[in-house]
Every structure is written in structure tokens, then in C-alpha cells.
Design a protein around this ligand. Structure first.
Ligand code: OGA
Ligand code: MN
Length: 295
């Protein structure tokens, strides 16, 4: 079966058919997928029944994988479990359980690992069990968002740096979610507000739930600017809403899109998603972290 790439949305996203991600693929097939990832930002694959090892093997073709943070489901391993099902008992997790609060954090628009000095390149999410209704994942094109800013706004933000903090984004949902060790694992980091893809030169806005404030700007003013940019970026016309089917896989470019999970009836419907995260290669700012003190 030849590899086919079909656009899914007027501005970004494509569905890829004619490949089995569970088996080893030729270098030429892989490089078509790699190119499509750079071009389309979101790639959808249907009917991909994969084990964790197979998902990891495909993911590692892109480079090293991130390991999950302390306190998350899958801590210390390359698999993030985003699920309302207890992995030991197979029962639904109670709504007030910390694991469900962590799941709720994913419902804020974000880019994975933007709270790390070297943020993630991409993420690969596999829908192992999906609810009939709700539980979609939405993606917004940060390239389209950047391209449609006014020239004055582009000039204003082109050189700006935001401080991203995992503690900040978690505190928006529950200030008691992290303990001191978990906070210490991921101290705040600087990230440019605008990033540029080194392969094709496309610029993208780079903000999301982890972006706390703007370096060198009063906190309130910076937060208002981040909110304005994120509201602009997540207008309906820039959003692709992915409705999951069992054994679907979606892969996205964290440098080019933000994403969020949508609610579902988690007291009734099982949702089991396994994610691998492709590590990035470079920080978005070249200077040492110490150069960016909190405003
Ligand atoms: C993720 C994520 C949202 C969802 O996998 O990184 O944010 O819909 N997922 O599960
Ligand atoms: Mn995410």
C-alpha cells in the first residue's frame, strides 16, 4: 500500500494512510512521515493497534524521548498514561483523585513540556480506549496565529521572552497539586514568544498554559498579553478538533500547535491514552537561564 497524505483542515493537519506504525518501516517511508510532520504540524493515523514497545520504537526514529515527571502516571518512563482507568484495578478513578486533577490540567491549551529549558519537539498519542462521546483533542495552529497578527503586534513580540512554569499552570487548576520535590524538578524557564522552524523558516507563536508572564514586563500586563495572543490563536478557524476512534494515533509538532483535551463523562466512559514525547534539541533562547530573572 503506498503512503498517502491527505489534508484534514484548510490550514494544517493531515491524515496519513498506507503505513503500519507497529512494524519497522523503510527509511524512505519514515522520511516522508518526518517531512509531513514538519509541513502539516498534526498527523492522524487510523487503525494502528500498537503495543507500548512498538509505539516507543516508532517514536525513537525521530530521536530521544522524554521521560515523564514525578507524580505523573508513568513517572520515570517514556510513556505518559492519560487515563481515567486505574492501571492496577482496571476500575474508573474517582473524580477527586489527583490523577483526575492532572487530567483536567490537559484541558487548558498548552504545548507539551514548554516548561522545560529544551521543550518537546513532538508528541505521539495513541487512543487505546476512547469514549463514544466527548474526550476529543483540539489543536490550534500557532503558525496561522502568528501569520495573522498585525505587523505592529509582530514587531512588539518578536524579541520577547515568557517565563514558563509547570507550577504556575498546575496552580491554575489546583495550587496544592505539586509537592516541593515536584516543583523542584521543573524550575521556571524562559521561552521565546515566537519560534521559527529551522527546516522551513515558518514562524509560530509559542504560548500556552505554562506561560506565566513576560520577562521585563509587569506580571499583570504580561499575563494580559499572553491571554490576548492565546485567544487570537485559538479562534475556531485555526482549530482542528480530533474525534478519537479506538487505535487512532495522532502525532503533533509542539513547536507549531497548542492542544487541549475536551471533557467527557469520566464517571461512565473509559478513556485510555498512551503518549510518547519526542525530546527537542535546542532551547528557544540561547542565553543562560540566569539572564532572565522574573519580572
Ligand atoms: C497530551 C494531552 C489531551 C487529551 O497527550 O499531551 O494533552 O486529549 N492530551 O488527552
Ligand atoms: Mn499535552
Amino acid at each position: 500500500m503506498p503512503l498517502k497524505i491527505k489534508e484534514l483542515h484548510p490550514i494544517f493537519g493531515a491524515e496519513v494512510t498506507g503505513v503500519d506504525l507497529a512494524s519497522e518501516m523503510d527509511g524512505s517511508v519514515f522520511s516522508e512521515i518526518r517531512d509531513a510532520f514538519e509541513t502539516h504540524s498534526v498527523l492522524v493515523f487510523r487503525d494502528q493497534e500498537v503495543t507500548d514497545d512498538q509505539q516507543i520504537a516508532f517514536s525513537e526514529r525521530f530521536g530521544p524521548l522524554e521521560r515523564m515527571l514525578m507524580g505523573s502516571q508513568g513517572a520515570g518512563t517514556p510513556i505518559a498514561y492519560l487515563t481515567n482507568v486505574d492501571r492496577e484495578t482496571g476500575e474508573l478513578i474517582e473524580p477527586d483523585d489527583k490523577r483526575m486533577i492532572r487530567n483536567a490540567c490537559n484541558m487548558l491549551w498548552h504545548s507539551d513540556s514548554s516548561f522545560k529549558r529544551v521543550p518537546a519537539l513532538g508528541s505521539i498519542l495513541s487512543g487505546r480506549e476512547v469514549p463514544d462521546d466527548g474526550g476529543e483533542t483540539e489543536y490550534a495552529s500557532m503558525r496561522a496565529a502568528y501569520d495573522t497578527l498585525s505587523e505592529a503586534m509582530k514587531r512588539k513580540i518578536d524579541g520577547l521572552v515568557a517565563e514558563h512554569s509547570f507550577d504556575y499552570s498546575r496552580s491554575l487548576v489546583d495550587p496544592t497539586l505539586l509537592d516541593d520535590a515536584q516543583r523542584g524538578e521543573v524550575p521556571p524557564v524562559p521561552q521565546r514568544l515566537v519560534v521559527q522552524n529551522p527546516m522551513n523558516g515558518r514562524k509560530a507563536l509559542y504560548v500556552g498554559s505554562h506561560a506565566s508572564h513576560i520577562v521585563g514586563m509587569p506580571v499583570d500586563e504580561g499575563r494580559a498579553l499572553i491571554r490576548e495572543l492565546l485567544d487570537h490563536a485559538t479562534q475556531d478557524k485555526f482549530v482542528y478538533r480530533h474525534r478519537w476512534r479506538q487505535n487512532g494515533i495522532v502525532m503533533w509538532d509542539n513547536r507549531a500547535v497548542v492542544h487541549r483535551g475536551r471533557p467527557w463523562d469520566f464517571r461512565a466512559g473509559r478513556r485510555v491514552m498512551h503518549r510518547t514525547t519526542l525530546a527537542g534539541a535546542l532551547p528557544t533562547v540561547e542565553q543562560p537561564v540566569e539572564a532572565y530573572q522574573s519580572a
